[in-house]
Design a protein around this ligand. Structure first.
Ligand SMILES: [Zn+2]
Length: 268
């Protein structure tokens, strides 16, 4: 696709996005349109960076899947794109933010969904090809009606919610039950907060609150990471018998950032 310089200039222009959130623009800084909506993306950068610096996912990457590192990169990019979007309200920022989430979801499905939830066609390395194809097609479709992209992402993300409910009710693994409740709580509360920011904006402004979208960012950054831990654990414990996963924490042994540790064992 050839993008003309003129189109690109329009895409990066401040305020060129059709989407504008509840927070009033340029109230704190003349350079940043939505100040709290921009800085609340910080956890999207810090969590992946901490995970990589600490090296806690190294055993999972070695014995189970390199997918965790793909997810760290995509979560980081979602944070960068979202901060850029809320700081500029540009069309390019909006598309980078939404398409980042789309690619994150597509590759979450191909890397981490346990086989018990997968249709036959979505098994093995073929699933990455399908994820790549679907993400590419939806990326192009995303330009057709950008104002609907956020709603489409909720639909694409719904199976994650359904699988978490199934794990909690049908399989109920004691190791992950509490974390699943927290992850589910963050996702559902995040959706409520996202809707409340949209439909009750004048109320929040009358209370001198800069909307609730900033809280959505915090809840989603926690939820994305917990989902990664949960699905990495479920996937490896059910489908990768040599991995022998355990849920651990860093830097404490029971508190801190959770992660999945693999202890290799010989297949029987
Ligand atoms: Zn946002």
């Amino acid at each position: 696709m050839i993008i003309r310089t003129e189109s690109l200039r329009r895409w990066v222009a401040a305020g060129s996005s059709p989407v504008d959130w509840c927070e009033e623009n340029y109230t704190v800084s003349s350079y940043i349109a939505e100040f709290t909506n921009t800085i609340s993306n910080t956890p999207f950068f810090t969590i992946p960076v901490l995970c990589i610096i600490s090296g806690v996912w190294r055993s999972y990457a070695r014995y189970a899947s390199l997918g965790a590192y793909v997810q760290f990169f995509l979560i980081f990019m979602v944070g960068v794109s979202s901060a850029y979007f809320h700081a500029s309200l540009s069309f390019l920022g909006q598309m980078m933010d939404e398409l980042g989430i789309l690619w994150l979801l597509c590759f979450s499905y191909s890397f981490f969904v346990p086989n018990r939830y997968r249709p036959k066609i979505f098994m093995g390395s073929q699933s990455h090809v399908i994820a790549l194809f679907v993400a590419s097609v939806l990326t192009i479709a995303g330009f057709a009606a950008p104002q609907l992209n956020a709603y489409a992402l909720f639909i694409i993300g719904t199976p994650v919610l359904v699988m978490k409910v199934c794990e909690l009710t049908l399989y109920r693994d004691p190791v992950t039950a509490k974390m699943t409740q927290v992850a589910l709580g963050c996702s559902l509360l995040g959706i409520c907060v996202w809707v409340a920011d949209k439909v009750m904006c004048s109320f929040w402004i009358s209370l001198k609150i800069p909307g609730l979208h900033n809280i959505w960012h915090i809840l989603m950054s926690v939820s994305f990471y917990l989902d990664l831990c949960l699905f990495a654990y479920w996937r490896s414990s059910s489908d990768i018998p040599t991995c022998k996963p355990t849920m651990r924490y860093w830097p404490g042994t029971t508190v801190g950032i959770p992660y999945v540790h693999c202890r290799r064992s010989e297949p029987k």
